[in-house]
Design a protein around this ligand. Structure first.
Ligand code: FES
Ligand code: FE2
Length: 320
């Protein structure tokens, strides 16, 4: 379960998207998951697979925190406990539960743990500590392995080439000068900065957020403006890129489409290029050639092979 992506805390949704009267499905590392809120409004998650005949619980409905399977009407609570088996009043419901997963609602985001027994909690995102920010999200599904999408998010040298007319324009005059990339490890992952000819170049600093997110710090003077990019593996070679804009100005929802349009244009520029990468999954560093400015992507690649891929199997396997 959650192969090559297990025992990790990952951002899966905006808290505002999860409701008491609706089942919200998503796919992560080969597993279907369904999110909802219980009667008290607390976020809950189940494996989106009925233990009876494997159908998607998310095709059913939820009322007062109880999920009803669309096929034979079995019902489950937020902990996966079976609370009804139609036609079988004597069925031993303790044996007939669904699989619950661990979720947290924190700072306007929903985090899921891809395992059963977390020994830590999601690392807070400093920008979201403030209560004056508005969040808006959008996502697109890419035909690419998530590691290629993640590396693209941490890569600066591509900006003036892939984003010639947009975010790369300002760096274009400098491409024949030496650029240095710095990777500074932090409790949440790393801060990434750059210098061109010894000077901090252009606006915008990056942070890598373990395991699968990037935070771009754009902050115009006196304002907070961040872009969180979350690269979620769905199935092998299929990635959902979720972009979350965080801003403390122009907060009316009416402006969300403006930010979404801008993000969508830049993401489309990246997508065309990244989807062409072979091999699909990033290979060990020795199998591709690299230069000094690849430092951040190589640092991520090391983390991927050492700490993410196959390295964190959960001892308590899925119980069915
Ligand atoms: S498949 Fe869910 S109740 Fe039968
Ligand atoms: Fe890009």
């Amino acid at each position: 379960m959650f192969e090559n992506f297990s025992r990790l805390w990952v951002i899966v949704a905006l808290a505002s998207e999860i409701r008491t009267d609706r089942l919200t499905p998503f796919v992560i590392a080969g597993e279907r998951v369904v999110l909802f809120r219980d009667a008290a409004g607390k976020v809950a998650a189940l494996v989106d697979r009925c233990p009876h005949r494997g159908v998607a619980l998310s095709l059913g409905n939820v009322r007062d925190g109880i999920v009803e399977c669309p096929f034979h009407g079995w019902r489950f609570d937020r902990d996966g406990r079976n609370c009804r088996v139609p036609w079988n009043p004597d069925a031993k419901s303790e044996r007939l539960g669904a699989q619950a997963l661990i979720v947290r609602e924190h700072q306007g985001l929903v985090w899921l743990y891809t395992g059963f027994d977390p020994d830590d909690e999601p690392v807070p995102i400093e920008a979201l500590r403030r209560n004056d920010v508005a969040l808006c999200a959008q996502s697109s599904v890419w035909d690419a392995h998530w590691t290629r999408v993640m590396e693209n998010m941490l890569d600066t040298p591509h900006l003036p080439f892939v984003h010639r007319a947009t975010i790369g324009r300002r760096l274009a005059p400098y491409v024949d000068r030496p650029m240095r990339m710095h990777w500074q490890s932090t409790p949440y992952g790393a801060d990434i900065t750059r210098e061109v000819d010894g000077e901090a170049a252009g606006s915008g600093r990056l942070a890598y957020r373990f395991p699968n997110a990037m935070e771009l710090v754009i902050d115009p003077p006196g304002r907070l403006f961040r872009l969180l990019a979350v690269c979620t593996p769905e199935l092998e070679g299929r990635t959902r890129l979720t972009l979350i804009t965080v801003r403390n100005f122009a907060k009316t929802r009416l402006l969300d489409p403006v930010f979404r349009r801008m993000n969508a244009r830049i993401a489309a520029e990246d997508r065309r290029i990244v989807e062409s990468s072979v091999p699909r999954e990033v290979p060990p560093a020795s199998r591709e050639v690299s230069v000094a400015t690849d430092r951040p992507t190589l640092a991520f690649r090391k983390i991927y092979f050492d700490r993410i891929r196959g390295a964190r199997e959960d001892p308590q396997e899925y119980r069915r």
